[in-house]
Design a protein around this ligand. Structure first.
Ligand code: GDP
Ligand code: MN
Length: 380
């Protein structure tokens, strides 16, 4: 679950990280009042759960309250990467001399949390990683010892932080790490961490991604969930207890098991297709889950074919197949359906599916190739 910039910055502030004075407005008139009350230049910042708002015209500096109202009105009317803007943060503007990147992520390869810093802040870090990876400096954090001050000093030195700012930089890095640990985050980042023209450090942007599996320990964070920001498909999936991630391809995937779902996506790509989603319907593949999953997959207009990849284990293949056939009832099947089913009673399962007009396959390779071919034929 992603937190908004203003929510993330509030958490940072509680851990001693300096942030600009600011308030949330849901309409332009309120933005004007906040700006008037501030009595200074302000920045109007769209609160949407995507990066690159600056480039998309979602962040504007206003010199007067009237200008703040005008700009807030404009920003509240646009969509950023498809998301409507419902709130703006009105922050006291800061005078930027330099923009630094500072973040903590769960680093799966290193099996620990890693702090990353870069002098190339302000732009999306994925962009820096792609074009100039040498500009990112990493520090691995031992969970038992925590982040050590000397590690942060080394990082500060490596990315050229002014000596006079190192002490504050260490405090900010420690605050960021504490924010990360306290919220069970998978990511906590400040981008940019600004060096002002008065040579002070301040977090101009903030982002925290909370691990969904840890949310049960943080009811107060769950309350911060912005359901307006979830896509309809994500909302439906969460309600149905399905793990669903929308992607941009044309082949819908319905798989029982997360690892199998990942493998299925790989094989689709291997045969020249693009998965439209990640979806794990969990063990068994019961009719109600199949139906909910199909509704979600088919609501995506890009989907040109659906590949079922089902492993019949404890639940036998024929039972799974009956669940699928039952689940298909009442769903408008507008694209070809390919099913690969293996495991106990797979043969019976395939017969049941074939009689329900599904294209069947014995191996994943065969299933993926058939799905890719069907999607291509349907796309024409
Ligand atoms: P993002 O594009 O979604 O990551 O949004 P950010 O909050 O990082 O803002 C993007 C850019 O807008 C920053 O890198 C800054 O260059 C600029 N910006 C943000 N806040 C301020 C501010 O208070 N003053 C000035 N002058 N620029 C700002
Ligand atoms: Mn940013």
């Amino acid at each position: 679950m992603k937190l908004h910039e203003y929510q993330s910055k509030e958490i940072f502030a509680r851990h001693g990280i300096p942030i600009p004075k600011g308030q949330i407005a849901e309409n332009a008139e309120h933005a004007r009042q906040i700006a008037a009350h501030t009595g200074k230049k302000v920045v109007i910042k769209s609160q949407v759960l995507v990066g690159g708002r600056g480039k998309a015209g979602g962040i504007k500096v206003a010199n007067t309250p009237d200008e703040a109202e005008k700009l807030a009105d404009q920003i509240l009317a646009i969509r950023i990467k498809g998301l409507p803007v419902r709130k703006v943060l009105v922050d006291e503007a800061i005078n930027i001399a330099k923009e630094i990147y500072l973040g903590v992520v769960v680093d799966r390869a290193a099996k620990c949390a890693t702090m990353m810093g870069s002098a190339a802040g302000g732009v999306e870090i994925e962009e820096v990683a792609r074009t100039t990876p040498e500009k990112i400096v990493r520090v691995q954090i031992d969970p038992a010892y925590g982040l050590q001050d000397y590690q942060v000093r080394e990082l500060a030195f490596a990315i050229g932080i002014d000596k006079a700012l190192v002490r504050d930089f260490v405090a900010i890095a420690q605050g960021l790490y504490r924010s990360f640990v306290e919220t069970d985050a998978s990511l906590a980042e400040i981008n940019p961490l600004v060096v002002t023209t008065e040579n002070r450090l301040i977090a101009a942007d903030g982002k925290i991604v909370v691990d969904d599996n840890a949310l049960y320990r943080h009811p107060h964070l769950e309350e911060l969930r912005d359901i307006d920001e979830e896509s309809l498909a994500e909302k439906e999936a969460r309600k149905a207890g399905l793990s669903y991630v929308k992607l941009d391809g044309s082949i819908g995937c319905m798989v029982n098991g997360a690892g199998l779902a990942m493998a299925t996506m790989d094989v689709i790509k291997f045969y020249g297709g693009e998965p439209a989603n990640f979806l794990d319907i969990g063990g068994g593949a019961k009719a109600d889950k199949v139906k909910a999953a199909l509704d979600i997959i088919l609501s995506d207009p890009n989907v040109k074919a659906v590949l079922f990849n089902i492993f019949g284990g404890i639940t036998r293949g024929d039972e799974v197949a009956r669940g699928i056939v039952e689940g298909l009832k009442g769903v408008n099947i507008r694209v070809p359906m390919v099913a690969r089913i293996v495991g106990t009673n797979a043969e019976e399962g395939r017969k049941i599916l074939a009689s329900a007009n599904m294209i069947t396959a014995e191996t994943l390779e065969e299933g993926a190739q058939k799905a890719v071919a069907a999607a291509k034929a349907g796309g024409r």
